[in-house]
Structures are given as structure tokens and as C-alpha cells.
Design a protein. Structure first.
Ligand SMILES: *[C@@H]1O[C@H](CO)[C@@H](O)[C@H](O)[C@H]1NC(C)=O
Length: 112
């Protein structure tokens, strides 16, 4: 009888440790691709592009520099950031050059 009780306690302990480890892993894991806040990444990219436009850099140089800037973001966002810069960079530059506000730019390209 004592042994049975001990066994129950033991398995209970293992189970609760396992569950709390699972919760831990889940709260610490990076969001999956669907959870990546495109709007935040767009704001980030537009801010950088604006700065390089002020420096009178051309489109090629701007896109290249902002792609490198993406590397300061958290790992799971870097690829998406580079995709956005490659895909929307020229459009973002056009919009900023025609005096759209940075806030408006991300809305126009449907990322915010
Ligand atoms: C952009 O600027 C860089 C550096 O000034 C220059 O090397 C490059 O040829 C330019 N590219 C275009 C398309 O004008």
C-alpha cells in the first residue's frame, strides 16, 4: 500500500514537472510566422529608409543597408524584415519621396 502511494506521488511529481516545463518552453519560444507583427517591422523599415533618404542614398544602397539593419531584430523576425524590405522597399521609397508620412506608408502597403 505504501509503495503504491509512493508510486502515485512519484508520477504526480513527474507529471507536474513535465507540465511546468512545457509551459515554460511555450512562453519562452519565439512566435511563429503567423504571429510576427508585420506592422512593427514595417514601421522599423520605414524609419530606417527615411533616415537613409535624408542621407541622399539611392534605392539600391538604401535597400541593402536596411536589410542589414534587420539583423538587429529578434531572430524570428529577421527573415520577414528582409522580405518586406526587398518586396516593398522601392514602393516605400516612392511613397516617402512623394511626402507620405511614415505612418501612412505602412497603411498604404497594407502592413498596418
Ligand atoms: C548608388 O550609390 C552607390 C554608392 O554611392 C553607387 O556605387 C551605385 O552605383 C549607385 N547605384 C545606382 C543605381 O545609382
Amino acid at each position: 500500500m505504501n509503495k503504491l502511494l509512493l508510486a502515485f506521488l512519484f508520477f504526480g511529481l513527474i507529471a507536474s514537472v513535465t507540465i511546468s516545463m512545457k509551459i515554460d518552453v511555450r512562453t519562452q519560444s519565439e512566435p511563429n510566422l503567423g504571429d510576427i507583427p508585420l506592422c512593427l517591422i514595417c514601421d522599423f523599415a520605414v524609419g530606417k529608409i527615411e533616415k537613409y533618404l535624408d542621407d541622399k542614398a539611392n534605392t539600391t544602397v538604401i535597400i541593402d543597408k536596411v536589410e542589414k539593419d534587420c539583423n538587429i531584430l529578434r531572430n524570428s523576425w529577421i527573415g520577414k524584415c528582409k522580405n518586406i524590405v526587398t518586396e516593398y522597399g522601392p514602393k516605400i521609397i516612392d511613397l516617402l519621396e512623394s511626402n507620405e508620412s511614415p505612418k501612412a506608408v505602412c497603411a498604404i502597403i497594407d502592413l498596418c
